[in-house]
Ligand binder design. Structure first.
Ligand SMILES: *Cc1c(COP(=O)(O)O)cnc(C)c1O
Length: 400
């Protein structure tokens, strides 16, 4: 019986809450869309036919299972048994496609004809445009006008894939304005459009749905660790957190294994106290962001603070409600990693293992230097994405 209670401690309840966090705080105009999704998502993703199609696409299109690679030189340097879960080898170069594949299959079963999404750096926009091309569905991606100028290669990718990229011209012309415009589009087209959210954020059921799609990461890790070490469970799982989808996927099947320590690394930017940071659990307070009650960076009168990180994927003022609960309940260790530490960790992995990680991922790798290991610890780092998109930043900042 106890096991059952423990199993439910980190899963969403019927009202869409993880502990004190989650729920669906949305304008009335969005009720029909969110309600339809909430009523049907579990039924759809539990259908054998859905699971067959999802598994097939993950295998033959995305390239799963991704390898669990024993990093020998890195292990020697940090006196531990370090394994890298290679999400960087997924089609499109990161874990995000696991979620967009799942959501587009849900959208089709809901009878939707068109997909709308928001994107900041363009990574989620590319993963969405990819699956829309694959399914022959219309794709509209809202992106801040400023981000369109800053992230030209990803804008070109989306256009190549047939997506329509629409500039959000209000406010700061970045991610939050793009999110508002995408929501408005969904409100105006409730019957034929599905909104694909890119992380474990947003109103219930999005955080749970996205976590389930990404949970394939830890399901594979368990099988692969058993084969390589004789145990399904490592001592540590380390992942970076922007909204928290790659971490949710890497933690998912370990949430109820108390011997497995979960480490979530956030972006400290130029330093937690520098005024240029995205370290949400260090700087934030409970509040409501993008439809859920979570922890977010805000001013004393509740205005959302503009976040900062050198890595676009971690440049977000909140975290998903599951992570707020993992923080609140001390189930996960939260650490803040600066831009400079991430750049060095990215350089180190490139030169010790021949793998150039995304700058987001480099924040997870940088945690290694804070650990005191004896040589026996088994550590899995979720290598969320590859660093090709960040090469210009690496070369500029490291003066290569
Ligand atoms: C988008 C992104 C992230 C951050 O998003 P999460 O939802 O926190 O996983 C991390 N790594 C890479 C490579 C990304 O593209």
């Amino acid at each position: 019986m106890l096991a059952t209670i423990e199993t439910s401690a980190f899963t969403v309840n019927e009202q869409g809450y993880y502990g004190n966090f989650g729920g669906a705080y949305i304008p009335e105009m969005l009720y029909p869309n969110v309600e339809e999704l909430r009523d049907r998502y579990l039924g759809i993703i539990n259908e054998p036919d859905f699971q067959r199609e999802f598994d097939h696409l993950l295998r033959d299109y995305v390239g799963r299972p991704t390898p669990l690679y024993f990093a020998a030189r890195l292990s020697e340097r940090y006196k531990a048994q370090i394994y890298l879960k290679r999400e960087d080898l997924c089609h499109t170069g990161a874990h995000k496609v696991n979620n967009t594949i799942g959501q587009i299959l849900v959208a089709r079963r809901l009878g939707k004809k068109r997909i709308v999404a928001e994107t900041g750096a363009g990574q989620h926009g590319v993963a969405t445009a990819t699956v829309c091309a694959l399914m022959g569905m219309e794709c509209i991606v809202y992106m801040g006008k400023l981000d369109i100028e800053r992230q030209k290669p990803n804008v070109d990718r989306m256009k190549m894939l047939g997506a329509q990229v629409v500039a959000a011209t209000c406010g700061s012309q970045t991610l939050k304005d793009a999110t508002n415009e995408a929501m408005r589009h969904w409100i105006n087209n409730p019957t034929d459009t599905h909104y694909i959210i890119g992380s474990v954020v947003g109103p219930h059921p999005y955080p749970d749905m996205v976590a389930r799609f990404q949970s394939v990461i830890s399901a594979e890790m368990k099988r692969q660790l058993l084969e390589k070490t004789g145990s399904e469970n490592p001592d540590y799982v380390i992942a970076c957190v922007g909204g928290g989808s790659n971490a949710a996927g890497a933690f998912y099947h370990y949430l109820d294994e108390p011997t497995v320590k979960l480490v979530a690394t956030e972006a400290a930017g130029q330093g937690v106290q520098s005024g240029h940071s995205a370290a949400t659990t260090f700087l934030g307070k409970p509040g409501i962001l993008h439809g859920s009650r979570t922890i977010l960076m805000q001013t004393d009168d509740g205005q959302v603070t503009e976040p900062y990180s050198i890595s676009a994927g971690l440049d977000y003022p909140g975290i998903g409600p599951l992570h707020a609960h993992l923080f609140d309940s001390n189930r996960a260790i939260f650490a803040a990693i600066t831009d400079a530490e991430a750049l060095q960790a990215g350089l180190e992995l490139s030169r010790t293992e021949g793998i150039i990680p995304a700058l987001e991922t480099a924040h997870a790798l940088a945690y290694l230097k804070y650990m005191e290991n004896t040589g026996r610890e088994v550590i899995v780092i979720n290598l969320s994405g590859r660093g090709d998109k960040d090469l210009a930043t690496y070369s500029r900042e490291l003066a290569l």
